[in-house]
Design a protein around this ligand. Sequence first.
Ligand code: NAD
Length: 492
Amino acid sequence: MATAEIMQEKVAHPEIRQTQCFIGGKWLPAASGKTFETIHPATEEVIAQVAEGDKADIDLAVDAARAQFDGGEWSQMDARDRGRLMYKLADLLEENAEELAALETLDNGKPIRDSRAADIPLVIDCIRYYAGWADKIEGKTIPIRGNHFCYTRSEPIGVVGQIIPWNFPALMCAWKWGPALAAGCTIVMKPAEQTPLTCLRMARLAQKAGIPDGVINVVPGFGPTAGAALVEHPRVDKIAFTGEDKTAKIIQRAATDTMKRLTFELGGKSPNVIFADADLEAAVAGSHFGLYFNQGQCCTAGSRLYVQASAYDEVVDRLAERNQARQVGDPFDPATEHGPQVDQAQFDKILKYVEYGKEDGAKCISGGERHGDQGYFVQPTLFANVTDDMRIAREEIFGPVLSVLKFDDVDEIARRANDTNFGLAAAVWSRDISKAHLLASKIRAGTVWVNCYNVFDTAAPFGGFKQSGIGRELGEAGLAAYTENKTVTVSL
Ligand code: NAD
């Protein structure tokens, strides 16, 4: 279906065409008057011209967020009422789920079956989960020395700048908004330049839910301009960032002068370990999903698959069969499992890594080419005979390229799994649960899945060891990242 028809039929709401900044509850053009294009990655057609916000727009958005935080309606609101508005937002997201799913697929290119079954349901769940927390943020009383009454309060951090990537645009929005709103913070969000549309639509739904104007502001634009202005802004208290480690290091340096609180969710090169005693059918299905889901554009992608030597050939054969059967094509076809990469830059980067794999001596078992002649489609690609030193085994590709490596015993695999600067996620497949727990305890990563992959729940904290991040999102830990602890001591 042509992009224009999709716009007409599936995302017909007039506000979808709305591509201005959302500041203080109003749609505003960028102060510079500039716009940029967002495209549908399956057809390379332009979907919309989007306001290109920069410093002037960020300043306005911060003013709006500050006004709500510093004595505005939001700051005066009972926690229970904040929660009630968040439940209302979750209901509105649910009512508009089909439209949001279509918009997400249009902007990002991910298969509509994933947008419908995973992204948007997880968005709704996240907002509901944190709505429940709004009136349950408690302090402690502390028995200190002397005749004193000492207690703590968990107070909102303030105005938070949130910068997100393009791989799960709506979900990253929910992961950032949920805990911030529950804690009582106000928000200036900069969505990824590739995928600004769902975030803008969600901001409008938040307004419809009754969340006061200025609590959520969205400024689309580019990282080095709009993003950098947010990071450097003296009246922003925290930056929550998801994206590449290189960008995080730029942000970390830029945020030093204003001593902003920082949380980072960054990349990975996650080890996925299959022991020969595993249920191989389940392990192969889970490993296929763990890498190819979302076209490999997952920070948790299990891109280093270690298979115990005696099961190696069988696992490679079964993975190849699955790759052949994977349905690649139009993301709006409900049968499609695998859509295009998000843009030309990602497409080029992935095919460059395929070349590196070949140059470095790995064996390309399946894929390795462009799929079709339109859009940014890359075939699901499988490399065998990969060794630890190869670039495809060391660097984050962020695409559908799976490297299969061989190992012999549990001590060797723990060392090799940890031989990376990243530490976001890992998985272990074995019927020997003691062995699986032992390896899980040895792997330096924020999440370890045992006999499963990519199981996410809003209640379970998520984040990285080492250069995969700072702090945690989701669960109670994710909420704590949006609060400051205050100690009050009273002389009795
Ligand atoms: P990116 O770092 O290039 O961009 C992410 C966001 O940062 C975008 O909104 C971009 O505009 C902004 N940005 C870029 N330069 C900036 C600057 N100087 N100052 C402020 N903001 C700036 O990353 P990407 O290419 O969009 O996303 C892919 C990366 O994100 C991968 O490395 C992936 O592993 C990681 N990722 C991590 C998680 C996680 O939860 N750990 C989730 C999704 C993606």
